[in-house]
Design a protein around this ligand. Structure first.
Ligand code: HEC
Length: 149
């Protein structure tokens, strides 16, 4: 009986860990999808002149990017290493192998977003600061994101 309980307990524990891991994966994916929506769907069309400049939309987009910047330091815990990633992208193992390098990318992204929040007040300042944010996204993805398939 004791043994059965132990096995059941261990099973429950591993299910619990699996759920927590999947939550973390979903959280990271949701944050990145929101990044993509705000950069590609909100800021980029204004930058290109396809949509009129809209300060409220800019502020909302930058607030979301800022939220992601704050979550990034803990968004990819080591417990996530062997998690399953649905979709086209997964984190590179380099996130955990080169933690200092990853943290540096997080810090420079956070800095670019903070600066953009302080500076973007009109179309001209959007034009001046938008490319810098995009560069930070690409700079991290280049090393720390893997395209599957
Ligand atoms: C410090 C690293 C880092 C920064 C900065 C970063 N990303 Fe990512 N991004 C990742 C990693 C790692 C993945 C793969 C895992 C995931 O999806 O969360 C990813 C995945 C993505 C995906 C694919 C999500 C999916 O599964 O559909 C999109 C879209 C994306 N990022 C957009 C952006 C945009 C836009 C920015 C800049 C505003 C950005 N990211 C900044 C690390 C980063």
């Amino acid at each position: 009986m004791k043994r059965v309980l132990l096995v059941a307990g261990a099973l429950l524990l591993s299910v619990g860990v699996g759920v927590a891991q999947q939550d973390a994966v979903n959280g990271a994916q949701d944050a990145m999808k929101a990044n993509g929506k705000n950069l590609g769907g909100v800021l980029s069309p204004m930058f290109k002149g396809d949509k009129p400049y809209d300060q409220a939309a800019v502020d909302a987009a930058l607030t979301q990017l800022d939220d992601t910047a704050k979550k990034l330091p803990t968004m990819f815990p080591a417990s996530m290493k062997d998690a399953k990633w649905e979709g086209d992208f997964s984190p590179s193992p380099k996130i955990w192998e080169d933690k200092a390098g990853f943290d540096a990318k997080v810090a420079s992204f956070a800095k670019a977003v903070t600066e953009a929040k302080a500076k973007i007040k009109d179309l001209d300042s959007l034009k001046a600061n938008f490319p810098g944010i995009g560069k930070e996204c690409g700079g991290c993805h280049e090393t720390f994101r893997v395209k599957k398939g």
